[in-house]
Design a protein around this ligand. Sequence first.
Ligand SMILES: CC(C)(COP(=O)(O)OP(=O)(O)OC[C@H]1O[C@@H](n2cnc3c(N)ncnc32)[C@H](O)[C@@H]1OP(=O)(O)O)[C@@H](O)C(=O)NCCC(=O)NCCS
Ligand SMILES: O=C(O)CC[C@@](O)(CC(=O)O)C(=O)O
Length: 377
Amino acid sequence: MHEIIINDTTLRDGEQAAGVAFNLQEKVAIASFLDLIGVHEIEVGIPAMGKEETFAIAAISNLGLQAKLLGWNRAVISDIQASMACGLERMHISIPVSGIQISAKFQGQWRITLQQLRDSISFAVDHGLWVAVGGEDSSRADENFLLDVALYAQEWGASRFRFCDTVGILDPFATFARVKRLVTALTIPVEIHTHNDFGLATANALAGIRAGATSVNTTVNGLGERAGNAALEEVVMSLKRIYGVNLGIDTPRLLELSRLVAAASCSSVPPWKAIVGENTFAHESGIHAHGVLQNPFTYEPFSPEEVGWQRRLVVGKHSGRHLVSSLLEEHGIFLNAQETQSVLDAVRQQSIEKKRSLSIEELLNLVQEQRYYHAIG
Ligand SMILES: CC(C)(COP(=O)(O)OP(=O)(O)OC[C@H]1O[C@@H](n2cnc3c(N)ncnc32)[C@H](O)[C@@H]1OP(=O)(O)O)[C@@H](O)C(=O)NCCC(=O)NCCS
Ligand SMILES: O=C(O)CC[C@@](O)(CC(=O)O)C(=O)O
C-alpha cells in the first residue's frame, strides 16, 4: 500500500468532545507522547480560541518535536495570524462545502465562501506557510461543487485536501467512491477525516485510505465531537494487522497513551473498546479459555503485548472445567473431576451474586470452602 501519514487530532477534534478540557500540562504531555511513539503529524488545537490555547500551542511548538504540527483555522485571516503567533508553520484551513453548512454560516453565499478561502490560503502561502484545506461536511456536499472547491484550493496553493465526513453519515463503500473521485482529480494528497455517529469511523477511515487517501485523522480512544472520531489505536492496528502496513508506531505504548488521554479527558474507556479496552485480551468463557490454553491465537487476533496488554484468564459465570483446573494447578491445587465440577458450580453461583468474574483469591477461598463442605458432609 502507499505511504500513510497519521495526523492525530486528539488535541483539536478530540478535545471538542462535550465536557473535555485539557490543561496546559495535559496538552503538552499528550503531544509529547504522540511524538514519542512515532505519530507523524499532530493537529495541536485552535489558536483563534484565545490566550490559554495559544499558550499551550506555543509551548508544544517550542518542544522541538519530530512530529509536524498543524494549527486548525477557519478561513479567516485573523485565525491564521493567531496560528502564526504560536510559531506554527503548517496551517489547516477549514471551509464548509455542503449546502446546509454554507446556508448556516455564509447565508448561502458560496461565492463569498470561496473568496474567503482564496484570501486565507493566499495570506498563508504569501507568509511562507504550508497549507492544508479541509472541506467541512464534504460527505453531504454536492460532489461537483466539492471537487471544484478542492481544485480551487489546489490552484490557490494548498498542499493537501481533507475530505470530512463531518456527521458520520457515510458507509465504507460510499467513502471509497467519494474519496477515489477526489484522489483521481487532484494532484495534491487527500486526507480522510471520519466521525463515528454510526460506529463506522474506523471502517470509513480505512476505506478512504484504500481509495488513495495518504493521510488520516485519528484521535486517541476515538475521542471527539458527539460519538467521536476514528480511533488512533484502531486505525494503526488495522493497518498493521489487516493490511500489513507498519507505520513505525511504537504500538506496545498505545495502552499507556490511551490511559493518559482517558485521565486527561476524565472519561473511562469501555472494557470492550477495541485495542485499549481492558477486556480485549481477557478470556472467561469455557470454550474460549479451553482454546486459548492450547493456543492463544484460537481467540486472539494478535498478541496482547503488541499493544501493551497482558492476557488475562478469569473465572466467572461462563467458565468451564479446563480453566478452573488450569488456574488451580498454577497454585499447586489438583482436584478430581467431581471436585472441579463442584468448584465450578460455586463459581457460577458467586459470579451471578456478585455480577462479575472472581479474583484468584476468591477462587482459592471457594476451593477451601468446598473442601470444608466435603469434609463435614
Ligand atoms: C472559533 C471561535 C473562537 C469563534 O468564536 P466566536 O467569534 O465567538 O463565534 P461563534 O463560535 O459563536 O460562531 C462561529 C463564527 O465562525 C464562522 N465560521 C464557522 N466556520 C467558518 C469557517 N470555516 N470559515 C470562516 N468562518 C467560519 C461562523 O459563521 C460564525 O461567524 P459570525 O461570528 O460572523 O457569525 C470559537 O467558536 C471557538 O473557540 N471554537 C473552537 C471550537 C470549535 O468551534 N470547533 C469547531 C470546528 S468546526
Ligand atoms: O477540518 C475541517 O475542515 C473540518 C473538521 C471537522 O472536525 C470540523 C468539526 O466538525 O469540528 C469535521 O468533522 O468536519
